[in-house]
Design a protein around this ligand. Structure first.
Ligand SMILES: Cc1cc2nc3c(=O)[nH]c(=O)nc-3n(C[C@H](O)[C@H](O)[C@H](O)COP(=O)(O)OP(=O)(O)OC[C@H]3O[C@@H](n4cnc5c(N)ncnc54)[C@H](O)[C@@H]3O)c2cc1C
Length: 562
């Protein structure tokens, strides 16, 4: 059943076995896994079916350094489907090493190994519509693919790992009907969770308080509660509720909101190949069912351990589009059209620096000199991006000047000083806003520095060309765009020890028996991988635990009206 909280009676009490707050990838995945479980479920969503300015404004907050982090109402969507209404769909599981305790990385080590997530990853892959769970070229393709860069040889990097792409699946749109038709599920739109009331001992949630923007209030009583509000918002709701726990729920040791990580990412350097006729295969390959896949340069686990650095991957990329010297009409067209590209995708595209009139003319010249290519590209883009169900994930061009840059994605170290907390201002519901103080460490930069040096050495030693970059400017270059937006990790980290973590291995808040957290907030470390596949895998795992626990613990008696 799909309902709107604005249509309920003021003060109405709703009852269920499980109450899930937040209908993004995590919340929807849990709800789907609980369909036909015999358990009654309520899924609360703050937004509606589309983006609404007033709901989105509830994400407004402040940042400590605007250069380092985007405003909190960017890179998030407050509506059914959450940020999957905006995501790029890149799916990558975490690597074995990401789960290990690494002596050179304080705070590393998940409470279980990657193998424990394997079955859930497979189901997550289905929910994300990323095809088979096959993340190497050998597994995914019947015949061998041509090398990414002919002649590239490396003992430190592999090129057979894949990233696979979801449609990209908007979880709200894709699963709405299935959710709405389920007899054991009530999806409540425009239902903002604002209050978590606990028993006197602070060990159980007794009631959840909802509020609509129109001022209506409702209450939910459930046997178990799950917060699936996204990596920033989970911390906000825990910190804002201080009736029983004076510092906020789960925050007796001042851990909620700390260890906030995104990813270190950027586009650096110039790869020039000695053979101008070399065939570079850095684009997308189509796997079964038309799923887009792409190979990447992945730093081996052994190299990470040997050098004591973090996880790192890179892809060949077109040169910075700002400078028309790339001589490529398509890239210039992209530059000229940058104001029509959504903020979240434009931000890293062109660096934001204003173009000189000379550069403008250069771009116009590139487009005019390349009319056939540019027109062909536009048609192809429209067809494969807007008409197709499975959308071409991004533009991959072969720059005329035969020069490439390196687009990298790298792990961040967890550190207490990088945090989100509450600020003095309140939103339209009276909830304190968030203040984001994202930080990086010298180790983060060291990881990138070492990884790039290895790549440059391997290109040179392979005798296929050169990869050059300004090592002195590396930190400034890396931080040009700041934290990688959209990946909000670590604010309620998972672990066995309540002194160093907020939730246990099952995602349950230490000390609060019927409250769990789903989402990237629980990741103890960030990996190189984009988070959503792992968010969904953990959500599926949590649903399985809840099903087992609550079904065994007394059968369900209530009925949500169909
Ligand atoms: C531009 C962009 C591109 C991205 N690309 C990728 C990618 O290629 N690959 C990848 O892995 N990840 C990507 N991501 C990240 C991905 O979108 C998130 O990892 C994913 O959406 C997280 O799911 P979630 O359910 O944990 O949180 P969300 O999707 O944020 O969902 C949280 C839900 O909770 C609701 N909510 C919030 N507060 C309340 C409240 N008080 N009461 C009730 N409901 C509330 C919100 O409305 C929302 O629906 C991208 C993100 C962005 C912004």
């Amino acid at each position: 059943m799909l309902q709107d909280a604005r249509d309920l009676t003021d003060g109405q009490l709703l009852e269920a076995d499980i109450c899930i707050a937040g209908a993004g990838a995590a919340g929807i995945a849990i709800a789907l896994e609980l369909l036909d479980s015999g358990l009654e479920v309520i899924l609360l969503e703050s937004g509606g079916l589309k983006e609404e300015r007033a709901s989105q404004a509830l994400y407004t907050g402040t940042v400590a350094d605007a250069q380092l982090h985007s405003p909190p109402d960017r890179y998030r969507q407050r509506r059914l489907g959450g940020s999957t209404t905006l995501w790029g769909g890149r799916c990558v599981p975490f690597d074995d090493i990401d789960f290990e305790e690494r002596p050179y990385l304080p705070g590393s080590g998940w409470p279980f190994a990657r193998a424990a997530l394997e079955p859930y990853y497979r189901r997550a892959n289905e929910l994300c519509e990323a095809g088979q769970f096959a993340y190497t070229a050998d597994e995914a393709f019947a015949s061998p693919l041509p090398p990414v860069v002919p002649g590239f040889a490396s003992a430190d990097y592999s090129t057979h790992q894949l990233e696979r792409f979801s449609c990209p699946t908007n979880f709200g749109q894709r699963y709405r009907r299935r959710l709405a038709s389920a007899r054991n599920l009530r999806v409540l739109l425009h239902a903002n969770i604002v209050q978590l009331s606990l028993n006197e001992a602070g060990t159980r949630v007794t009631e959840v308080g909802l509020r609509t923007l129109e001022g209506k209030t409702c209450r939910v009583h459930a046997r178990h509660h799950v917060l699936a509000l996204g990596g920033l918002e989970v911390a906000r709701i825990l910190l804002a509720n201080r009736d029983t726990h004076r510092e906020g729920i789960g925050n007796d040791r001042d851990l909620v909101g700390r260890n906030y990580m995104c990813h270190i990412a950027g586009t650096v350097g110039t790869l020039e190949l000695s053979d101008p006729a070399a065939v570079i295969s850095h684009g997308y390959d189509l796997a079964e069912g038309g799923v887009y896949c792409r190979r990447r340069f992945a730093l081996n686990a052994a190299t990470q351990r040997r050098l004591g650095i973090g996880n790192f991957i890179a892809r060949l990329h077109h040169p910075r589009i700002t400078d028309p010297q790339h001589d490529t009409g398509i890239l210039s067209l992209l530059y000229l059209a940058k104001d029509f590209i959504p903020y979240e995708y434009a931000k890293r595209l062109h660096g934001g620096e204003p173009a000189t009139w000379r550069q403008w003319l250069g771009h116009v010249g590139n487009v005019c000199a390349d009319p056939a290519d540019t027109a062909g590209f536009l048609w192809n883009w429209y067809r494969r991006r807007h008409l197709a169900t499975r959308k071409l994930p991004s533009i991959v061009v072969w720059p005329r000047a035969r020069r490439f840059s390196l687009d990298f994605h790298s792990e961040q170290q967890p550190q207490a000083a990088s945090r989100v907390r509450l600020n003095e201002q309140r939103d339209a519901l009276g909830m304190p806003q968030l203040h984001v103080d994202w930080r990086y460490t010298p180790w983060d930069i060291h990881t990138v520095r070492c990884s790039l040096a290895l790549f440059a050495r391997d290109i040179r030693n392979s005798g296929i060309g050169t990869f050059t970059y300004d090592a002195a400017e590396l930190e400034a270059e890396i931080l040009r765009d700041g934290a990688y937006g959209g990946h909000h990790i670590g604010t309620t980290r998972m672990g066995d020890d309540p002194r160093t973590s907020v939730v246990n291995a099952d995602g349950r808040v230490h000390g609060v028996g019927n409250l769990s957290i789903a989402g990237s907030a629980t990741f103890p470390t960030s990996s190189q991988a984009n988070p959503t596949l792992t968010v969904v895998a953990l959500a599926v795992r949590l649903a399985a635990h809840l099903k087992q626990q609550l079904q065994a613990n007394c059968p369900v008696v209530r009925n949500v009206p169909a």
